[in-house]
Every structure is written in structure tokens, then in C-alpha cells.
Unconditional design. Structure first.
Length: 129
């Protein structure tokens, strides 16, 4: 358990460090993504240009989530492999993505930008576009 927690923490630190590199540290004005939230557990805000489910969110979910969260998979009780399933689970997804507890530390991790796209999409009302 302690080793798993240490790996999870290290993964979140790595993602947070990447986020700092992308969003902070003297970045030129205007280059910072509005509402960037990677691994800080805070809610995102809806940016002026909303992420699209079809082009932004769905590919991320299929790459990092649907391997477990789909019918017949280990986490089939919380499927995320369709718009309806993801929209219905938006609150839980927001919590798990924003605090970096999902995907689990032993799985491939989305980039800070990918996490933010999901969180911003949820903040925009999870539109089906």
C-alpha cells in the first residue's frame, strides 16, 4: 500500500511539474490556459473556446479510461465509453481527474493539457458536440 501511494504521489508530482512548465514559470501573458487545474483538486472554469466532446474529450477518454471503464472490463460498473455514460458520471470524473486519482498510478497518464480538456469540458456543462 505504501509503495502504491508513493508511486501515485510521484505520478501526480510529475504531472504537476509538467503543468508548472506549461502554465507557469514566466510564461508569456496569454499563453496560460484558463482554468488549468491539473492535480490540484480544484474545479476548472469554462474557457472561451470550449473543448469538444467528439474532438477533444472522447479521444482522451478512449486512450486512458475506456480500457477499464467499458462493458465487460474490470470497471464496467462505471462505463465511460459513450457520451451518455461520461456525461452521467461527470461529477465523479471531475473529482477523480482533478485530484489525479485516475487513471491509477500504474497506468499510462494523460498530460496536464488532456486533464484540463476533460475538466474544462465538464465545467462547460459537458456538451455533446
Amino acid at each position: 500500500m505504501r509503495t502504491q501511494l508513493a508511486k501515485w504521489t510521484a505520478g501526480c508530482i510529475a504531472i504537476a511539474a509538467a503543468a508548472v512548465g506549461c502554465y507557469g514559470g514566466g510564461a508569456p501573458s496569454g499563453s496560460q490556459q484558463q482554468g488549468a487545474t491539473s492535480c490540484n483538486g480544484q474545479a476548472a472554469s469554462c474557457p472561451p473556446t470550449q473543448p469538444s466532446y467528439a474532438t477533444d474529450v472522447s479521444p482522451i477518454v478512449f486512450e486512458y479510461c475506456a480500457g477499464c471503464h467499458a462493458a465487460g472490463k474490470s470497471q464496467s460498473g462505471l462505463p465511460l465509453d459513450s457520451y451518455g455514460d461520461l456525461a452521467n458520471a461527470a461529477s465523479k470524473v471531475q473529482s477523480k481527474v482533478s485530484d489525479c486519482s485516475m487513471p491509477p498510478s500504474n497506468a499510462a497518464q494523460p498530460s496536464a493539457e488532456d486533464r484540463d480538456a476533460i475538466l474544462q469540458w465538464i465545467a462547460c456543462g459537458a456538451p455533446n458536440d
